[in-house]
Each structure stands twice: as structure tokens, then as C-alpha cells.
Design a protein around this ligand. Structure first.
Ligand code: ZN
Ligand code: ZN
Length: 143
């Protein structure tokens, strides 16, 4: 599936998958940034945590070929993830009623050292044992 959403503005950041087949340009600051160490996020990211930023939909331009996965059961079309059809990276998502006018993007896809830190980390008790306590984000036991 190919989709292009038009964006406007000036402060661009670009998220990309590893192979470059999927590129997401944002022209606004994120509305929200958080991380999550729940077991579902560990599986979907294949890593210790998810780190996600939600941008106003009007500020997001998605270019490239991606596949869609509906992660909710039963399927809710407003809850989906998209990812590069070639390499699987560049994940973006919609989260239903949660920040419904935004598109979420895996913050690591920006590969930018100065990207905003998470405001808080969900499901902190589910983190891998080796993960130390970060300074800054609030650590939440659940959602
Ligand atoms: Zn790719
Ligand atoms: Zn999670």
C-alpha cells in the first residue's frame, strides 16, 4: 500500500526504516512522547522497550511502500501499525481513541540523539532485569 499525506510547515524531522523504502516527514513537534516496557511492546519492537512519539496528523507525510497490521482483537480500523514492506522498519501507528488525531511514530526511526525523551515509561515492572533506572521519565506500573 502506498499513501501520501500532505504536510506543511518548516521544522522537519525525517523518520526512516533501515532500507530507506519508507520515509516519514514531520513538520511539527510531537504532541506526546513516551516509552513502554510492557511485554507486548517488547514483542512488537523486538527490543527492551518501545519509544513512541505522536504527531498531529496534518504534520505527517508518509512516503513509500508499507504493510499494515491491525493489532487489536477484534479488529478496529483505527488501531493499526504500518511498517516497511521490505525491511519491516519505520513503524508508525494509530492508537484509536488515544491521541486519535495523531499518528504515532517509533522514535528510534528518527535516529536523532537530540530527539525528545519520553515523559514517562509505562509498565516499568515488566522491563528486562538488566535495565537500570533512568533519570527523568516518570516510571509507571501500568498505563
Ligand atoms: Zn525498509
Ligand atoms: Zn507497551
Amino acid at each position: 500500500m502506498t499513501e501520501v499525506m500532505q504536510a506543511s510547515g518548516s521544522q522537519n524531522r525525517v523518520a526512516r526504516c533501515e532500507c530507506g523504502g519508507l520515509q516519514i516527514t514531520v513538520t511539527a513537534e510531537p504532541r506526546h512522547v513516551h516509552a513502554c516496557t510492557c511485554t507486548k511492546c517488547q514483542r512488537s519492537s523486538g527490543s527492551a522497550l518501545s519509544w513512541s512519539a505522536w504527531f498531529p496528523e496534518a504534520a505527517v507525510t508518509i512516503e513509500g511502500v508499507y504493510q499494515t497490521y491491525h493489532y487489536s482483537d477484534p479488529v478496529d480500523p483505527r488501531k493499526m501499525t504500518g511498517f516497511c514492506a521490505t525491511c519491516g522498519g519505520g513503524k508508525f501507528f494509530r492508537t484509536g481513541d488515544y491521541l486519535s488525531d495523531c499518528i504515532g511514530i517509533s522514535a528510534g526511526s528518527f535516529a536523532a540523539a537530540d530527539f525528545l525523551p519520553p515523559d514517562h515509561i509505562h509498565w516499568w515492572p515488566d522491563r528486562p532485569n538488566w535495565m537500570g533506572t533512568p533519570h527523568g521519565p516518570h516510571l509507571l506500573d501500568g498505563n
